[in-house]
Design a protein around this ligand. Structure first.
Ligand SMILES: NC(=O)c1ccc[n+]([C@@H]2O[C@H](COP(=O)([O-])OP(=O)(O)OC[C@H]3O[C@@H](n4cnc5c(N)ncnc54)[C@H](OP(=O)(O)O)[C@@H]3O)[C@@H](O)[C@H]2O)c1
Length: 301
């Protein structure tokens, strides 16, 4: 014999377990009301976070523009100075420029070691803590890339005021005097949120990065400021790239190789001049559409 179906329960029975006395029923009702309110509040928070993300991503998509990359003039034969060409981003900038027939002058605190690793570039011994060592670097140079970083959490004696601001600012001043045509500077997302009073640790680094951005903007040398989100070492070109005007806290990462691609493209593209933007990786089938974004980014005010 088939078991009979359980009797249909009333709405009250559906909400309340059987054999519960009235006090327990009230407690149960209070608990479930609290639980429902809690779930409603949690759902609101989740929805707000989702909307913020959708808003950021739709702005990024709006920046993508037509997906055909613009034809850029060849940089072959130009000389580019890459400060920090031994770094994890800088080394990829050097490699990409050399592949285009660009003459690269680069710097390291250990030029002999750098030369052994990348013999096709000219290497100069430079330590930003010794301001004399930066003199004469921009002579005969068409364009400059800053890919240096103090990393003072790893190297506590790598004074951020000197490495992130004073020495690079002196190089910018000399670049202006030598008629350099463009400077591309990597700083970071969150520079504009930096505490101007901070001099130590991560906030201190951000403060000097912001000071350098402002120094470059005021110098009159044509510039591009790339503010990457958190950097990772994934291979370049694996994911698509998005560029957003200004300094935007995007919940994303970007590979150092992709930052290098953005820098090298910016050096050849007049549409990148006078612009500061946030760069990050996105999941998108069009891996090169970002190249047309420079034209859509507004110039800095
Ligand atoms: N880590 C992140 O998530 C993150 C996020 C956003 C932005 N950023 C910024 O992105 C940039 C590139 O970062 P990265 O990780 O690719 O750099 P990295 O691998 O740490 O390389 C740092 C470079 O700076 C040079 N350098 C360090 N101290 C110096 C000094 N006293 N004088 C002269 N050169 C010096 C190093 O050269 P030698 O050692 O050969 O001298 C090296 O080439 C940095 O400005 C960093 O702050 C990082």
């Amino acid at each position: 014999m088939r078991p009979s179906k359980p009797a249909v329960r009333s709405a009250e029975q559906l909400l309340l377990p059987n054999n519960v006395d009235l006090t327990r029923q009230k407690e149960f009702a209070m608990t479930s009301m609290f639980r429902r309110r809690f779930l409603a509040v949690a759902a609101c928070f989740a929805f707000a976070a989702h909307c913020a993300n959708v808003d950021i991503m739709s702005k990024a998509r709006a920046q993508e523009g037509p997906s055909t990359p613009p034809e850029l003039p060849s940089m072959a034969g130009q000389t580019v100075l890459v400060l920090g060409g031994t770094g994890r981003t800088g080394a990829q900038v050097v490699e990409l420029l050399l592949a285009q027939g660009v003459k690269v002058r680069s710097t390291s605190r250990n030029a002999a070691k750098a030369k052994a690793a990348q013999p096709n570039a000219e290497w100069v011994d430079v330590d930003f803590r010794q301001i004399e060592s930066v003199k004469g670097l921009t002579k005969g140079v068409d364009k400059v890339v800053f890919a240096t970083g103090a990393n003072s959490f790893r190297e506590p004696d790598n004074t951020p005021s000197l490495v992130e601001f004073e020495a690079p600012a002196a190089i910018i001043d000399e670049a202006k005097a030598n008629g350099v045509k463009q400077i591309v500077l990597i700083t970071s997302v969150s520079t504009t949120a930096a505490d101007p009073a901070a001099t130590k640790g991560f906030p201190g680094v951000m403060r000097y990065k912001l000071d350098l951005e402002n120094h470059l903007k005021a110098s009159g040398v044509p510039y591009t400021i790339v503010r990457p989100v958190g950097l990772v070492n994934d291979p370049r070109g694996k994911d698509a790239i998005a560029l957003l005007p200004g300094d935007v806290q995007v919940p994303a990462m970007i590979s150092r190789g992709d930052v290098a691609l953005v820098i090298v493209d910016a050096l050849a593209n007049p549409d990148a001049i006078g612009k500061s933007f946030t760069a990050f990786n996105v999941i998108h089938p069009d891996k090169t559409g970002w190249k047309s974004q420079f034209a859509h980014l507004p110039a800095d005010k």
